[in-house]
Design a protein around this ligand. Structure first.
Ligand SMILES: Cc1cc2nc3c(=O)[nH]c(=O)nc-3n(C[C@H](O)[C@H](O)[C@H](O)COP(=O)(O)OP(=O)(O)OC[C@H]3O[C@@H](n4cnc5c(N)ncnc54)[C@H](O)[C@@H]3O)c2cc1C
Length: 486
């Protein structure tokens, strides 16, 4: 380098970081020869991404970012070891569950170390009196639900990705799912009772946090503490029935979706798909394609998870797959223009559960044939019809409707995850603005930070938790706006 040449700081930092990673690898190998590590480029590429490619805005911002090392933890002590080593070497540390986040939550923006948690997967305890479960963070939601079922209990809500997603990743990166109609959002008080957390310091601490102290780590993208175990409430196990209902008329389908949560039918979930979306879904075996032979034209579809009593005929047990649709709910739907097309018990195991046509699985299926489409997420204002009507009129066939019933602040509401034909950032900004003007609350999935994808405001408690648990700011850098703007 000539003496008057300014050094490229980015290159210098990269070289220093590579040296630090090498020293960290040597140290970890010495401290725990059993620890599984990889620096294989293909593995690092896989472990540095999630489902952010749903967003054409995020792809160019995220696709080049890579970890330099991935570590697979299977014990709390190993998490502490990695956290301490990262702190001593000043290396960024991004925690990863199953990598099913859809906003790039676990993409390591500053490289460094990815800590994969799926080996930390024990259910430590299910309290038979209270149903409270203590589970390690890397346990899959499906495995946890199966163990709860053996005790007559169930998870209160699950994402459509429950077969792969981890408990820790769901609470750190998710928000809602099947069950949100009864239990609201993960961040609602009562859905998280406590956390075990490892701090990122030269001498990492293992903290036991109560519900109040855990709240700032709930949906913080792993920026303010490494979750090693969670204490969660459970609910009674119910033999939920999956029901697919066809409607010829959108207004009737929407009215049923609005009214059902106000009835006394026992409901776990409700999803409404506009006809064009419904026609593109790969329905489970046995469920008629859409429009079904009985339908006179395009068919909107309402998906329900209901208690078996609503479908039971006098003197009969719970209905089985392919059973004729009978019972009070069938009559209620029929009086409102809906015809039951399919019903089947909601059982764990192989096969395609109806759950995998909800939330962002709908987006996934749609995009598999329409890769040039993206999506938006919002809570609709009440009443919903004027807002939906105005959006349908302005955006027509470029915006297709997918609604989910949720409980928000104690009341039944409809959330929407519409599919959008992508025509650029200006179009997206105009749509978001239009939704806001109509009173919808947009949860923007095309942004990187916790705050911008949520309520838009900085949560001082989240930032204070980061200062207490990650004073050098090494955890998942770039994702907590409140920390960056201190
Ligand atoms: C097709 C599809 C459907 C989806 N459906 C839903 C849905 O119904 N509801 C919903 O809420 N979300 C949904 N999501 C988003 C995602 O599946 C959930 O957020 C999921 O629960 C994430 O779990 P994970 O184990 O894959 O976490 P990851 O994606 O690995 O991580 C998510 C975030 O949590 C952090 N993290 C992970 N583990 C820990 C830990 N132990 N300690 C601290 N931080 C940690 C990561 O750093 C990251 O920021 C969907 C995504 C896709 C692609």
């Amino acid at each position: 380098m000539k003496s008057n040449q300014v050094p490229d700081l980015a290159q210098v930092n990269k070289a220093l970081q590579a040296q630090a990673v090498k020293a960290l690898v040597d140290e970890l190998r010495l401290l725990d020869p059993g620890l599984v590590l990889t620096q294989e480029p293909g593995e690092l590429e896989k472990l540095s991404r999630d489902f952010y490619d749903f967003s054409p805005v995020l792809i160019p911002q995220l696709q080049e970012h890579r970890a330099q090392l991935a570590v697979f933890a299977s014990k709390v002590e190993q998490v502490q070891l990695v956290a301490g080593a990262c702190a001593r070497h000043g290396l960024p540390l991004t925690v990863r569950g199953a990598g099913t986040g859809n906003y790039g939550q676990c993409v390591p923006l500053e490289g460094g170390v990815v800590l994969e948690m799926r080996g930390l997967n024990r259910v430590r305890q299910i309290d038979p009196e209270t149903g409270v479960v203590e589970v390690e963070a890397g346990c899959s939601l499906a495995a946890l639900d199966q163990q709860l079922a053996a005790a007559g209990r169930a998870l209160r809500m699950v994402p459509s990705t429950m077969r792969t997603a981890t408990v820790g990743g769901y609470f750190a990166g998710g928000s809602s799912g099947l069950g949100s109609l009864r239990w609201g959002f993960l961040r609602d008080p009562g859905n998280l009772l406590g956390l075990e957390v490892v701090t990122v310091e030269a001498e990492p601490r293992l903290l036991q946090l109560d519900a109040e102290a855990s709240a700032p780590l709930n949906h913080a993208y792993g920026t303010n503490g490494i979750l090693t175990a969670l204490r969660l409430p459970s609910t009674e196990a119910v033999a939920w029935q999956q029901v697919v209902v066809g409607f010829q008329d959108w207004q009737q389908a929407l009215a049923a979706a609005q009214l059902l949560p106000q009835t006394a039918f026992f409901l776990q979930g409700l999803t409404l798909l506009e006809a064009e979306v419904a026609a593109a879904m790969p329905w489970p075996p046995g469920c008629p394609k859409c429009p079904s032979e009985q339908a006179a034209g395009p068919e909107h579809r309402l998906l329900l998870w209901v208690g078996p009593d609503a479908l039971r005929s006098p003197g009969e047990g719970a209905p089985g797959e392919g059973a004729p649709a009978e019972g009070a709910l069938v009559a209620w739907l029929g009086a409102r223009g809906g015809e039951v097309r399919w019903l089947a018990p909601n059982l764990p195991g192989p096969g395609l559960p109806l759950r995998e046509f909800t939330w962002n699985h709908t987006t996934l299926h749609w995009r598999s044939n329409h890769p040039d489409w993206t999506y938006l997420q919002m809570l609709l204002p009440q009443p919903e019809a004027p807002c939906l009507g105005a959006l349908r009129q302005r955006w027509g066939a470029d915006l297709l409707w997918h609604l989910e019933a949720v409980k928000h602040e104690g009341a039944a509401r409809l959330a929407a995850l519409p599919l959008l034909r992508w025509q650029g950032q200006a179009q997206l900004a105009e749509l978001i603005q239009h939704c806001r003007e109509l009173g919808a609350f947009v949860f923007n999935p095309h942004v990187l930070t916790v705050e911008d994808g949520g309520l838009g405001v900085i949560d001082a408690d989240q930032v204070a938790a980061k200062a207490a648990h990650d004073p050098a700011g090494l955890l998942n850098p770039g994702k907590l706006r409140g920390w960056l703007s201190r």
